[in-house]
Design a protein around this ligand. Structure first.
Ligand code: HEM
Length: 908
């Protein structure tokens, strides 16, 4: 294995994870080889291979300039790169450009991908190419050139005459000549869809281009036909340049493939001498993927998430029973406090490329923040009882915990490009400060590929939480491509890098209940904030337990712990402030919301039940921003913020002077009091409840509602595509995800797509999905960690999965049979073509159905009490009639139940 982390890591992933779980889908438009994804007569695989040649062929190896450098993106209109194929190829590759994958490396990878997709050899891929920033010299060989010119041109590229013949034959085994591009070679009306093949198997990487030429039977338009008269029969000129000697050697099919492997690698490895390429990529046997630490639990815990990817090529199914990581703490010892330093997991998904298959083992470890982590080793526990230990070539797999990108507290909005980046820095390293490097793309007028640039900013110090301190900065990414950006957070010689902004949410979540500061600059004062005594906002705290606050909040502010995350003045230490505290007031209006009154909490319920958070930098403005999707919001007890579209009936108006606590983050304004909300509403005339009712939409286009589902643990429930939009609706998400079997809206403005549902995602009460859509206040769009989940059963593909819904039924879970009795006793059938849908139809008149042992189907109106819940992974037999669905297992039912009536269409 390469030593991880490594310069090849990103390209290796794009190269190998082509399909299914965590697929990068780089081969989609060139698979199969005959795919004409850009239109009839246009084979994308052939276009990709030609792009590799055209980008390279202007190289001058004598001067050490040009070569495979992505300069083609700036040369599309120079007359040498005719036809639409170059542009569409570069447009496809553009989103894959990143700080760790240049366009030039992707073009090289495109040669491997297209050749392999067409049955050709695996061209070795090395990485490290550098992208040109403007056009290079001209010099792509043109069909009208003389043999002497061709020889000169290839000599300039570093190719001998033999290699010129070889590489041209290897290129011209795919695709053809197009009427639109060369009407004088392929006149209108000839060829199929305006394309005339260079050999008779133009979508197979074979040597017919050679044998047909040698036997005189070729129809290659660059050898025979109108090209001869106009002297554009370039393949004849090239192939015949040494009296057919090289072509005769290529007449052997195996020789052709091995020669092409060598010469195509030579083609993509033409780079200036200043570029140092890595060794060819060999996929890792064991590779950590997407590892991330996150500071949680008020700063007491580091959560480690990600996957261990294991290459399973050639292994028998089930030969690995589990994978463990064994980690060391920050001091490099294996003392992990009360818990062990070992985390074990079973497979969550599989993916495959052309030559390899991989299984993914999710990692989720809660590590004591005070002891931290420095490295780990991986143990593969084989089913035969043996173990294989991987230690990253003796280095162990490194994990630094000096600086951590805090994804939950960070946020980015695609529409405006507004980015808030938050990092946690270990308190013993505060003196080194913190920076963020923002990588962003801007459209270019002279290229179809946006330009990747970066800017480095200082992060501002914010609140301390246990052994870490949070830092943050706001930045606006111009150009409309914020989601294609990345951030690195940096602390001295340590960094947490390559955080894709696609995986950052649209809402910055407050860091809840920071623990007393340990070892930071605020130690001592940190302990006096008493923040730990404030209950978490998610639990419905009985409001009566809040201490009554009656007097003098101005002279004795309840919580004003420095530093707050957004202090009004950042440069001045609080101690130097000698000015008297400002006189607080009730703000009559805050950004489009007006003050309703002081308001009591409900009777045993929150007045506003939509969403909530609390922290010690609370101001009316931050609460308003947090609740901007809601009709009402209110601040309470100086530091709490609640949102809702309706007010609980049992809550009511109170005298304004009872709201007498100032805001924790701004002493000039009031933020309610104990059991008192400083209540704001969108307009004064707003009726107490919105007109129209908030509903769960039963159907959206071809999708039907499954219900409310949790996110997966460690991975997104729907992990293949995502977007965030301040105008999100279920309709918009359905359209965005139309190629996928599932879509789900979450947190009001987020949208996720997937062709299968993560196994760890489970059904949740419908009432959990209580956030209105950001773009439609009468439609629900999930909630925090809750998906409003929809399915279109007509879209199939992806991983084998347990369908979340079938007919009018939704999945309940994996269940055992009853003890001495069937779990479901209503009706039963068994067939060799069983599917979840077929069983749903068979049991249409019952409340429950379950599939078992791949082929059996049971119905019932009640479930035997002795039938017990089993782990979801137990139900692992594929349905006899559908390899992409699970149908229980031995003594295990994949159990489904009728949807609640309010969710079915008839009720609409
Ligand atoms: C003397 C050198 C070469 C000349 C004059 C030449 C010329 C041409 C011409 C005129 C076409 C037709 C383009 C169209 O109508 O779409 C073509 C197609 C193609 N060339 Fe070359 N070529 C040369 C070498 C190469 C090399 C070295 C490769 C790659 C290794 C290559 C790969 C291809 C491919 C894959 C196509 C098919 C494109 C498609 O179907 O869209 N060519 N070439």
């Amino acid at each position: 294995d390469p030593t991880w982390p490594n310069a090849i890591d990103e390209i290796e992933e794009i190269m190998t994870q082509l399909q299914s779980f965590r697929a990068r889908k780089f081969a989609d438009t060139v698979s199969p080889c005959s795919n004409e994804a850009s239109g009839p007569g246009r084979q994308n695989a052939a276009e990709w291979l030609r792009v590799g040649f055209h980008d390279m062929s202007t190289a001058n190896t004598y001067f050490g300039i040009g070569g495979l450098d992505g300069s083609l993106q700036y040369e599309l209109d120079n007359g040498e790169n005719t036809g639409p194929g170059h542009r569409t190829t570069l447009e496809f590759m553009a989103p894959y450009v990143s700080p760790r994958s240049t366009l030039a490396d992707l073009i090289a990878l495109g040669v491997y991908t297209s050749v392999r997709s067409c049955g050709g050899p695996a061209v070795p891929i090395r990485v490290g190419r550098i992208d040109a920033t403007g056009k290079g010299a001209p010099g792509v060989p043109q069909p009208q050139n003389s043999v002497a010119t061709f020889k000169q041109q290839f000599d300039r590229m570093g190719f001998s005459v033999e290699e010129m013949i070889q590489v041209t034959a290897c290129g011209h085994t795919l695709g053809g000549v197009h009427n639109t591009e060369f009407p004088d070679i392929v006149p209108a009306g000839t060829g199929l869809d305006g394309e005339s093949g260079l050999d008779t198997s133009d979508a197979v990487f074979d040597n017919l281009v050679v044998t047909e030429y040698l036997s005189g039977e070729t129809k290659n338009p660059l050898v025979v036909g109108p090209s001869i008269k106009i002297d554009k029969n370039s393949d004849f000129k090239v192939f015949n340049a040494d009296g057919n000697q090289t072509m005769e050697a290529l007449a052997d099919a195996e020789t052709f493939k091995s020669v092409c492997k060598t010469v195509l690698q030579k083609m993509i490895d033409v780079v200036p001498p200043s570029v140092k390429l890595t060794d060819p990529i060999v996929p890792y046997k064991v590779k950590p993927v997407n590892l991330q630490l996150t500071l949680i639990n008020g700063g007491s815990t580091l959560q480690l998430t990600g996957f261990i990817r294991v290459k399973t090529t050639g292994l028998a199914q089930g030969s690995i029973s589990s994978v463990s990581i064994t980690y060391k703490n920050r001091r490099g010892t294996t003392d992990c406090g009360l818990s062990t330093c070992v985390v074990t997991s079973t497979v969550q998904g599989a993916s495959q490329g052309f030559d390899d298959t991989f299984a993914f083992y999710p990692i989720s470890a809660n590590i004591l923040a005070s002891s931290g982590i420095s490295s780990f080793t991986v143990t593969i526990n084989n089913a035969d009882g043996t173990k294989d230990i991987y230690d990253n070539n003796g280095n162990e797999y490194p994990v630094q915990d000096a600086i951590i990108f805090q994804s939950p507290q960070s946020c980015v909005l695609g529409s405006s490009g507004a980015l808030t980046a938050v990092a946690a820095v270990r308190n013993d390293r505060l003196s080194q400060g913190a920076q963020v490097k923002v990588w962003y793309k801007t459209p270019q007028t002279n290229s179809p590929v946006p330009l990747l640039q970066s800017t480095t900013l200082d992060l501002k110090k914010g609140q301390c939480a246990g052994p870490y301190t949070l830092f943050n900065v706001d930045y606006t990414i111009e150009g409309g491509l914020a989601y294609e950006g990345y951030v690195d957070v940096i602390n001295g010689d340590q960094s947490d890098s390559f955080k894709a902004l696609t995986s950052v949410g649209g809402t910055c979540r407050a860091f809840a209940n920071p623990a007393a500061c340990v070892g930071g600059e605020d130690e001592g004062s940190g302990g006096t904030t008493a923040v730990t005594s404030v209950p978490t906002t998610t639990e419905a705290l009985p409001t009566t337990t809040e201490p009554p606050v009656t007097t003098g909040p101005v002279t004795d502010p309840p919580v004003t712990s420095p530093p707050v995350t957004e202090p009004p003045t950042t440069t001045e230490p609080a101690t130097t402030t000698t000015t008297p505290p400002p006189v607080p007031s009730h703000r009559p209006a805050v950004d489009g919301y007006v003050l309703v009154s002081c308001w009591t909490e409900g009777d045993g319920v929150r007045a506003l039940a939509g969403n909530a958070y609390a922290n010690d930098s609370m101001t009316l403005e931050t609460c308003r921003d947090f609740c901007s999707n809601y009709v009402y919001w209110g601040t309470e007890y100086g530091r709490e913020c609640y949102c809702g579209n309706t007010l609980a009936k049992s809550s009511g108006e109170a005298p304004l002077d009872e709201c007498n606590m100032v805001c924790a983050g701004d002493a000039s304004e009031y933020c309610g009091a104990g059991n008192r909300l400083e209540l704001y509403s969108t307009t004064v005339t707003q009726p107490p409840t919105p007109t129209g009712t908030l509903t769960h939409e039963p159907t959206v286009g071809p999708y039907t509602l499954v219900g409310c589902w949790t996110e997966g643990s460690g991975d997104r429930a729907l992990g293949q595509k995502a977007t965030i939009d301040p105008d999100m609706t279920n309709e918009a998400c359905a359209e965005f995800c139309s190629d996928f079997r599932y879509f789900g809206t979450e947190y009001g403005d987020e949208c996720y797509c997937g062709s299968f549902l993560a196994g760890s995602s489970a059904t949740a009460p419908l009432a959990d999905c209580n956030m209105p859509c950001a773009g439609n206040e009468f439609e629900y769009c999930g909630a925090s960690n809750r998906l409003e989940l929809y399915i279109n059963p007509n879209v199939t593909g992806g991983n084998p999965e347990q369908p979340a819904a079938a007919g009018d039924f939704v999945f309940v879970g994996c269940q055992t049979e009853g003890n001495g009795t069937r779990a479901l006793t209503g009706a039963a059938t068994a067939t060799g073509t069983m599917t979840v849908e077929a069983c749903a139809e068979f049991c249409a008149d019952f409340t429950y159905f379950g599939t078992e042992y791949g082929s059996e189907c049971y119905c019932g109106n009640t479930l035997a009490p002795s039938s017990l819940k089993a782990p979801a992974a137990d139900c692992n037999m594929l349905c006899s009639g559908n390899e992409l669905e699970y149908c229980g297992a031995g003594n295990r039912l994949s159990l489904y139940t009728k949807k609640p009536e309010e969710l079915t269409e008839e009720d609409e």
